[in-house]
Design a binder for this molecule. Structure first.
Ligand SMILES: C[S@@+](CC[C@H](N)C(=O)[O-])C[C@H]1O[C@@H](n2cnc3c(N)ncnc32)[C@H](O)[C@@H]1O
Length: 239
């Protein structure tokens, strides 16, 4: 008798689990998908931690590719956990350059303000709460611009691209970092549902239509670390 009851309870548990799992999974995927677009609350903190660990290599490599000089003005859009900001600041230790970061997430901005308090006070860094859609900068300001894992979430790709071109100096370089395999894997699992235009080819097309020059994508594989993609795009010297 006891065995029969035990079996019935076990079976009920298995059936319930099978029924509940897709619902729980869907809720989990949706929560993460929302928070990679704009980290908020407790989930945002967890996502910030994961991004900081998972994307540090890409952020650091993108900064290496930029050829930042100590007196440059450099913008990162969608800085998230702030790894790229830290790397760019390092490049300017011996100069009078300045790093600028823009992110739509209040949480990312608050964390960055705390983490980089000294650099902000020394006016080596400006952190802005805002969107790539409407950048709070004058025309032709930046020597270089970068962003990693970000363009997918812009509400209007053309508008974001036009804004970035507007604030770049003539001849300035923009580098976009992605890890295509990882991105595709995330999209396949439903994590890119709030980042619909994640395909690099579409983004590159928009860059060219938006007047960027020499738009190319390179896959880079170094001795250590995973392979990653950089999309290079320059603002024309004369328009
Ligand atoms: C997936 S996270 C990537 C963060 C970091 N770059 C990395 O690779 O780990 C996307 C970041 O872009 C920010 N973001 C999303 N849409 C944005 C927009 N329209 N303008 C500026 N930042 C945006 C989010 O708040 C988030 O911090």
């Amino acid at each position: 008798m006891d065995i029969v009851v035990l079996f019935a309870v076990g079976l009920a548990f298995v059936i319930m689990s099978v029924m509940i799992y897709p619902i729980v999974r869907e809720k989990f995927v949706d929560l993460i998908a929302k928070n990679v677009r704009e980290p908020k609350g407790v989930a945002g903190r967890i996502v910030r931690f994961i991004l900081g660990k998972g994307n540090a290599y890409l952020e650091n490599q993108v900064v290496e590719h930029l050829n930042i000089q100590p007196n440059h003005k450099v913008l990162e859009v969608g800085f998230g956990s702030g790894i790229g900001i830290r790397a760019a600041l390092k490049k300017m230790e011996n100069g009078h350059g300045r790093v600028y970061g823009v992110d739509i997430s209040e949480q990312m901005v608050t964390c960055a303000m705390k983490e980089f308090k000294l650099a902000v006070e020394r006016q080596r860094l400006e952190i802005h709460l805002g969107s790539v859609m409407d950048l709070p900068f004058q025309d032709n300001l930046f020597d270089s611009v970068f962003h990693t894992n970000c363009y997918y979430f812009w509400p209007d790709l053309e508008q974001g691209i036009a804004e970035l071109k507007r604030v770049m100096k003539p001849g300035a370089l923009m580098i976009t970092g992605v890890i295509y395999e990882k991105l595709k894997g995330a999209a396949d699992k439903g994590f890119m549902r709030y980042g619909p235009h994640w395909q690099p080819a579409k983004y590159m097309e928009r860059l060219e239509e938006g007047g960027f020059m020499n738009v190319t994508m390179e896959t880079v594989k170094k001795a250590s670390g995973p392979s990653y993609e950089i999309i290079l795009a320059s603002k024309a010297i004369k328009e």
